[in-house]
Every structure is written in structure tokens, then in C-alpha cells.
Design a protein around this ligand. Structure first.
Ligand SMILES: Cc1cc2nc3c(=O)[nH]c(=O)nc-3n(C[C@H](O)[C@H](O)[C@H](O)COP(=O)(O)OP(=O)(O)OC[C@H]3O[C@@H](n4cnc5c(N)ncnc54)[C@H](O)[C@@H]3O)c2cc1C
Length: 387
């Protein structure tokens, strides 16, 4: 049962995601993890059912669905294959800004391909030495403005999901300005705009199908790749945070479903059914409560966004923080209740347990998201803000 009231369209897209998750993602998830193989076939399945353009404008061939639908879908995919879901989430995050505020050129030549899923997109933001990843406050590496574009010299991105596999990159960098903070620039680059190398194979603890490798970029970015040159107001960050939250909520929920099935079917050495042991069913009940609590927060927050009544970013930080913690909590409980079989990798819990760890460090790292909430709770007095 979904506690939150969903529209027919939301229910429809949830069912589409559940079906593709069950039929195409779930049977391949363990292999994707074991072999660290990029899930090309799974992404093709998402494309074939129209999920890549879920939030795209119908004028560009998109579905035009809201943030809640995007999160329902991301959660459903993450339940079955977190690696595929994270690549999908990165595509949504990467194309959001250009879909919301395209130039005429982007509207004609770029957005329709991204929305159709003909081009897979991803985020090239984080840099080693710029602590906190893509969305932290530190300025990114600089480009030089030249005639007709921007010169990129050896910009190294530390983690790029779908590195070398994506057709387009949401590329973050800075432009130095005399006596001012550097200007943050965002581009939607096509993969053949720049020379690039993938600098290491991806062999992560979790999210092993992601190809989240470091990359180095060189060359000239054409001027027309700049996103939102007129600085239109686009409320974009909630989409980044909410789809992260949905991914980690999905990891918790996918692990929980398997844990529940395991406990419902297992007996202990003394002959008792696992589900009849109070401490065991208490732990499961607690996981269920925590999942519904985080889910309610995320869905309510997304619905507020879709209705334009969310106010500011705080609830999205809260939803991301809640889901990160939830995923690490539920997957750790599953590892305990799965006993030696879980530890020996005979049960799927350890895969979710490893994938869940990424939520604590990635996107906006968990601790930075917590700090962001703290700053909003205790704003500096106006006179201190420039200090
Ligand atoms: C699986 C995976 C996929 C990824 N995919 C992408 C991608 O597609 N695109 C992309 O751009 N990036 C990606 N990243 C990078 C990710 O966003 C960064 O790893 C993350 O933002 C943290 O940055 P960092 O690794 O530099 O950690 P660091 O900045 O070194 O932080 C390490 C820890 O220090 C603490 N910390 C750091 N700064 C602060 C602060 N200001 N306040 C309080 N605590 C702090 C936190 O505990 C943090 O976890 C990915 C990472 C992973 C693990």
C-alpha cells in the first residue's frame, strides 16, 4: 500500500518503473554488482518505456511529470538495482536545468535528444581538492573565456557516473573575475565537444555498475553549450536532492522487502519461525516505521514542490539526510538478521549494505547536508551575512 495519495499518472509511472525493475533490473542486479558492468541493457529498457524524459517538457517530447513522479520511479528502480537507479537519477539531475531554461539552440538540438533518452547525460562536477563534491560551495576549476567559447585545460573531475559512457555531461567550472568571486558556469557538453580520458577503472565498494571514474577534459567548449545564459530563476536544487533521497529510500525499501521475505520464510535452529521471535520482528517493524517516516517526508516535500508551495531548500536537505540514514540503518539491520549467510554473501543484503554507504558521501555529502540544515535553522543576522 502507498500511504500517500497518488494521481492516476503517478500510479501509472510507478507501475511502469516497477515492471521494468522486476523484469529487467532485478534479474541482472547481482551480476552488475559482481562484475562492475555498466548496465547498458537496463538503461535501454528505461529508455524504451519513456522514463528518460519523465520531467521533460511535452513540447520537447517529454512526459512533463512532476518531482514526485520522478522520485517514485527512482525509488522503484533503486529497489531492484541501485546502480541503474543512480545512473538514471544522474541523468535526471543533469538535464533538469537545460530542460527548464533552454536557449533556442538547445531547445531545437539538445533537449529533445536528452528527453528521448537518445543521449544519456551525467554530472561532471566533483573535483579532487575541491572538498565536498559537485554541490559543495568551493569554486570549481577555471576555464578561460575565448572567442566563441571557453578553453578547458586539464580539468580533472574526480567522480563522473557513467564516465565515458554518457553522451552528454552537465559540466561545472568557474570563470575567474577580477576582485570578485569566480563565476560558476554550467554547461551541457556533448561527449565529442572536448577531448577526454577516463583515468581509472571503477571498482567501488558499492554502486559498482556506475562507472563513476575520474575523467580529465581538454579543449574548447562552444559558447552555445552554456546553460541558462540569461540567469532565469530555475528552482533546480530540489530535484538534485530529492532524487538522491529517492535512490537511498529505494535501497532501504528493496533491502527491507528481501529481509521481510527472508524472515517470513526462515526458522531458527530451535525450530521457531524467525517472525515469531519478538526481538527479530521488533527489528523488522522498526525498519518498516523508519521507511514510512522517510518516505512520507520525501513524498510530502515533492508534492509541495510540484504545487509550488515548498518555500526553500530545507525540506529537501531533510529528505536527503533522512534517506541516507535510513538506508545505512535498514541495510545494517538486514546484515544482522541475515546472520552468517548475509556475511558470506549468500543473501542479497550485503550488496544493498555496500550501495547504501554511497549515500553518506555523495551528492551533497551527508554531513554537508546536515550543516546546510543547521545554517537554515540558525541564520546569521543580516549585518553579519557578508562576513
Ligand atoms: C558512487 C559515487 C558516484 C558519484 N558520482 C558522481 C557524479 O556523477 N558526478 C559528480 O560530480 N560527483 C560524483 N560523485 C562524487 C561525490 O559527489 C563526492 O564524493 C561527494 O560529494 C563528497 O566529496 P569528496 O569525495 O570530495 O569528499 P570530501 O569533501 O573529502 O569529504 C569527506 C567527508 O568529510 C566531511 N566533510 C567534508 N566537507 C565538509 C563540510 N563542509 N562540512 C562538514 N563535513 C564535511 C564529510 O563527512 C564528508 O563525507 C560520486 C561519488 C560516489 C561515491
Amino acid at each position: 500500500m502507498t500511504y500517500f495519495p497518488l494521481t492516476d499518472a503517478q500510479r501509472h509511472w510507478l507501475e511502469v518503473a516497477e515492471t521494468v525493475g522486476r523484469e529487467t533490473l532485478a534479474p541482472r542486479a547481482a551480476d552488475t554488482d559482481r562484475t562492475a558492468t555498466f548496465p547498458a541493457e537496463q538503461l535501454a529498457a528505461l529508455r524504451s518505456v519513456g522514463l528518460m524524459g519523465l520531467r521533460g517538457d511535452p513540447d520537447h517530447g517529454g512526459v512533463g511529470e512532476g518531482l514526485l513522479t520522478a522520485c517514485l520511479v527512482t525509488e522503484a528502480l533503486a529497489k531492484e538495482c541501485p546502480s541503474t537507479a543512480l545512473i538514471y537519477k544522474m541523468h535526471l539531475e543533469s538535464i533538469e536545468m537545460v530542460c527548464r531554461a533552454p536557449t533556442a539552440e538547445q531547445s531545437a538540438n539538445v533537449v529533445p535528444k536528452l528527453v528521448a533518452g537518445e543521449w544519456l547525460s551525467t554530472v561532471a562536477g566533483s573535483e579532487a581538492g575541491h572538498k565536498g563534491g559537485a554541490w559543495a560551495d568551493a569554486p570549481k576549476a577555471s576555464v578561460a573565456q575565448v572567442d566563441g567559447g571557453y578553453e578547458v585545460a586539464n580539468i580533472a573531475k574526480s567522480f563522473v557516473t557513467a564516465a565515458g559512457k554518457a553522451d552528454s555531461y552537465f559540466f561545472m567550472c568557474s570563470l575567474e573575475r577580477p576582485e570578485q568571486r569566480p563565476k560558476q558556469l554550467m554547461f551541457q557538453l556533448l561527449s565529442d565537444d572536448l577531448d577526454w580520458t577516463v583515468d581509472e577503472p571503477w571498482d567501488g565498494l558499492g554502486m559498482r555498475g556506475n562507472n563513476s571514474s575520474p575523467m580529465t577534459f581538454n579543449g574548447r567548449i562552444p559558447e552555445e553549450r552554456l546553460i541558462n545564459p540569461d540567469n532565469q530563476p530555475v528552482d533546480f536544487f530540489p530535484v538534485v536532492l530529492a532524487t538522491y533521497a529517492a535512490t537511498y529510500l529505494g535501497i532501504a525499501a528493496g533491502c527491507y522487502d528481501r529481509l521481510h521475505a527472508h524472515v517470513a520464510g526462515a526458522t531458527l535452529a530451535d525450530g521457531r519461525r524467525m517472525g515469531d521471535v519478538e526481538t527479530i520482528r521488533g527489528r523488522i517493524a522498526n525498519c518498516k516505521v523508519e521507511i514510512e517516516r522517510s518516505r512520507a517526508l520525501l513524498y510530502a516535500t515533492c508534492a509541495a514542490f510540484d504545487e509550488g508551495r515548498h518555500g526553500g531548500p530545507q525540506p529537501f536537505y531533510e529528505a536527503k539526510v533522512a534517506s541516507d540514514q535510513l538506508a545505512t540503518f535498514v541495510t545494517a539491520e538486514a546484515m544482522t538478521l541475515g546472520g552468517g549467510a548475509a556475511f558470506a554473501k549468500h543473501l542479497p543484503f550485503e550488496r544493498y549494505f555496500r550501495d547504501a554507504r554511497a549515500g553518506m558521501v555523495m551528492g551533497l555529502a551527508h554531513d554537508i547536508a546536515v550543516q546546510s540544515i543547521g545554517r537554515l535553522l540558525f541564520p546569521k543576522p543580516k549585518e553579519d551575512r557578508k562576513k
